[in-house]
Design a protein around this ligand. Structure first.
Ligand code: ATP
Length: 714
């Protein structure tokens, strides 16, 4: 059914406004209700830091280096924290006590906003936003104790919103053929059915650059080359989606196409740059250089701008900027600081002008440009034309984000897997919040500066990705699926393949029968736990009951800190946690499996909080939420399902895509710990999974009393 583009855009604008509001409200409520130390424990902040230095980073940006405040924590490693490279943060003087009435906006005036560009063991770097300078008090100077707190990402939101506003205002005559196809105003040009032989595609017979490509990967490439407007490359877990995209890029280049390659995150884009670089193609990576992997810096536009001839002219300006930066730290007077920031602003303007010329020369001479989806909306690509836009991890991107590069596309190839989790949504009209009430009562909010948006139509949600929408609009004729997977043991793969991928997945011979006891390192032992690819520890019987997080004290003794508000209505299950600990002990201490090859995954953060001490006991082991583990893999994965109650309430578990992610992370060993009685009642899919495990896994029925006694003994 055709979709009206202005209505679509208006709905997206409303949804995005609600999402930003939810995100800002969440941060605001957390920061105003909790003490810095509680926020750090919940992964929202990093406290007790001091400014070690400030320097001009690549691209003329100010990078503030932070480390432990020696007066408080002593020098050395930073504590456990949840701040990651790419996070948008506030850097400010650290408030004391619990955060009653602390307002984010007020804090923003007192500190600076920035992007975390590097997270090391002992320090981290924050690239400070230029728009901060000259406003507020700037980077806290002297030896003041500072902290960083995560903030909502308003920049990305602005790019998406701007793109949707453009679409809302377009007249019908402005729609390209490509846009008309993507909104069902016309049908895609048909792709010839027979893809089995290397016939002529474009300008020549296909000469494969990578001879190891399997047949489904070759089919996907032929399909993408032949399609005229849109091709979806469906890549189930471990099927070599990125591998296939690399070959596709090389094939498109061989046909003289100019290509823009995008992904939702910096890491998804860098992953492609790293694999493309050895092929020596002329490529350019757009984006804040401090946010890129060190290995791709040589291809960064900012770095190339500096190292090219035109770059030499701006060297003097840089030296002067550095001197100014250094003087900021020496002064405590707000007035003097303001004057220095004003000078810096002027210098930066000059720097930019010279830089721009150089940038446009570099971009126009490059055949492949890579950027994040929102990064592709920057000034650098304003007048650039591409033959094909490729989007990796398209099923994890918001549709509005995809339109940032797509608005000027003639043809697109999107790779992803709509049967894994969509992007995380915080606003109320997402299915996640329908199952959890936790996001609603987050307390005081700061309303973002959005224009009044029309009401959201029933059923519309940001969780519907471009990938989902195109599949329901045009059906399987625009899709090609990769079918050989290179990750999982055949038995681990079988259930997701049969139930979600039409039974089409095939395990590559190299992985089909791999077991933990064959891991190629010394000390590995052949015991039951390393010999079985699939273990099910069934906690049925009612002894291993779940627990909902209570409003109890968070542990820092300062009051006002509740686990409920930090972890939502999350569930935990102490009995299952005991089984996890025992299984990890068995794998590592008796089986000789290295802790870094083991991951514990759960849909519930409260369960992970309960298991956190494992990280100290077994350094290198990973604990992660299912959502956070998407895209990752491990030799051995333990999944703790947590839910165990007489009513068959399964909450989060009811989402097939979440279960799919959970069960497809392991390579050689999957251990599921859960109450089959409860879980079976959750859905048809869950019932089938439990039955599959009962029939095919190494089944165990633990006894809580003896487990508790054993735990007491140790
Ligand atoms: N044709 C092939 N022959 C041998 N190995 C392959 C082939 N294609 C992919 N692989 C291997 O499979 C693994 C997964 O590939 P890749 O990282 O491209 O997958 P992906 O689909 O992007 O990942 P994910 O499953 O996380 O989405 C890699 O180790 C890769 O080397």
């Amino acid at each position: 059914m055709a979709i009206n583009i202005p209505t679509f855009a208006a709905t997206q604008i409303s949804l995005l406004a609600a999402e930003l509001e939810a995100e800002v409200a969440e941060t605001s409520a957390l920061v105003s209700l909790h003490s810095p130390s509680a926020l750090q424990r919940a992964g929202w902040a990093l406290t007790n830091l001091t400014v070690l230095s400030q320097r001009t980073g690549l691209g003329g940006k100010t990078v503030v280096e932070l480390g432990n405040d020696p007066a408080f924590r002593g020098e050395g490693d930073l504590p456990e924290h949840g701040i990651r490279s790419g996070d948008i943060v506030l850097l400010a003087e650290q408030p004391t006590g619990s955060g009653k009435k602390r307002e984010v906006r007020e804090m923003e005036r007192k500190g600076v906003k920035g992007v975390v560009v590097r997270v090391g063991k002992q320090n981290l770097g924050v690239a400070v936003d230029e728009e901060n300078e000259g406003r507020g008090e700037g980077v806290p100077g002297g030896d003041r104790r500072v902290w960083v707190v995560k903030l909502a990402d308003e920049v990305t939101w602005k790019r998406m919103n701007g793109t949707m506003e453009r679409m809302a205002k377009m007249g019908e005559g402005e729609y390209s053929y490509f846009m008309r196809v993507l909104f069902g105003l016309t049908t895609p040009s048909p792709v010839p059915e027979d893809l089995s032989k290397d016939e002529e595609v474009g300008e020549g017979k296909i000469q494969w650059f990578d001879p190891s490509l399997n047949e489904s990967q070759r089919d996907a490439i032929r399909f993408a080359l032949k399609s005229q407007e849109i091709a979806l490359v469906h890549g189930p877990p471990g099927t070599g989606k990125t591998h296939t995209l690399i070959e596709l890029i090389l094939q498109l280049l061989a046909r003289n196409n100019r290509i823009l390659v995008c992904g939702p995150s910096n890491i998804s884009v860098d992953n492609i740059v790293e694999r493309l670089a050895p092929h020596k193609v002329p490529l350019i990576r757009l984006g804040h250089p401090a946010r890129l992997l060190p290995s791709v810096l040589n291809h960064s536009l900012d770095v190339l701008t500096r190292t090219s001839e035109a770059g030499a002219i701006v060297k003097d300006v840089r030296a002067e900027m550095d001197a100014k930066q250094a003087s900021i730290r020496k002064t405590r007077s707000g007035k003097e600081r303001k004057a220095i920031y004003a000078d810096l602003k002027e210098l930066r303007k000059e720097y930019r002008q010279r830089e721009r010329k150089c940038v446009s020369n570099l971009i126009s001479s490059s055949k492949v440009v890579l950027a994040t989806l929102h990064g592709s909306g920057g000034f650098q690509l304003r007048d650039e034309q591409f033959d094909v836009v490729i989007i990796d991890e398209a099923s994890q991107a918001l549709e509005a984000q995809c339109w940032v590069p797509l608005l000027s596309a003639k043809k697109a190839v999107c790779a992803g897997d709509h049967l894994q989790l969509p992007p995380t949504i915080k606003s109320l009209n997402s299915s996640a919040s329908k199952t959890s009430k936790s996001k609603k009562d987050t307390g005081p909010t700061t309303t973002p500066n959005t224009t009044a948006a029309p009401p959201i139509p029933k059923g519309a949600t940001l969780e519907t990705t471009l990938f989902d929408r195109l599949l329901s609009l045009h059906g399987p004729k625009i899709k090609c699926m990769l079918t050989t997977q290179y990750r999982m043991h055949e038995l681990i793969m079988r259930f997701p393949s049969d139930e979600l991928y039409e039974g089409k997945l095939v395990a590559a011979p190299a992985v089909a029968s791999r077991l933990l006891n064959q891991l190629p390192y010394p000390g590995i032992k052949d015991i039951d736990e390393t010999r079985e690819p699939l273990i099910f520890i069934d906690t049925q019987g009612g002894d291993f009951s779940e627990k909902t997080e209570e409003d109890d004290e968070g542990g820092d003794g300062k009051g006002g800190v509740t686990k409920r508000s930090l972890y939502g209505d999350s569930k935990s299950n102490e009995g299952e946690a005991m089984l996890v600990r025992e299984h990890v002990r068995c794998l590592v201490e008796e089986g000789g499996v290295r802790a870094e090859d083991v991951a514990v995954v759960s849909p519930y953060n409260a369960q992970l909080a309960l298991l956190a001490p494992l990280k100290e006991q077994y350094p290198g082991i990973e604990l992660g939420s299912v959502d956070g583990f998407q895209g990752r893999e491990k030799e051995a994965v333990i999944v703790t399902l947590v839910r165990s109650n007489p009513d068959g309430e399964v909450g989060f578990l009811a989402e097939k895509r979440r279960l799919n992610v959970a069960m497809t992370r392991p390579k050689r060993s999957l251990t599921v710990i859960g109450d089959s009685e409860t879980v079976k009642k959750g859905s048809k899919f869950l019932k089938k999974w439990m039955e599959f495990l009962e029939e095919n896994a190494d089944l165990r029925y633990p006894d809580l009393a003896s487990l508790t006694a054993a735990a007491g003994d140790s």
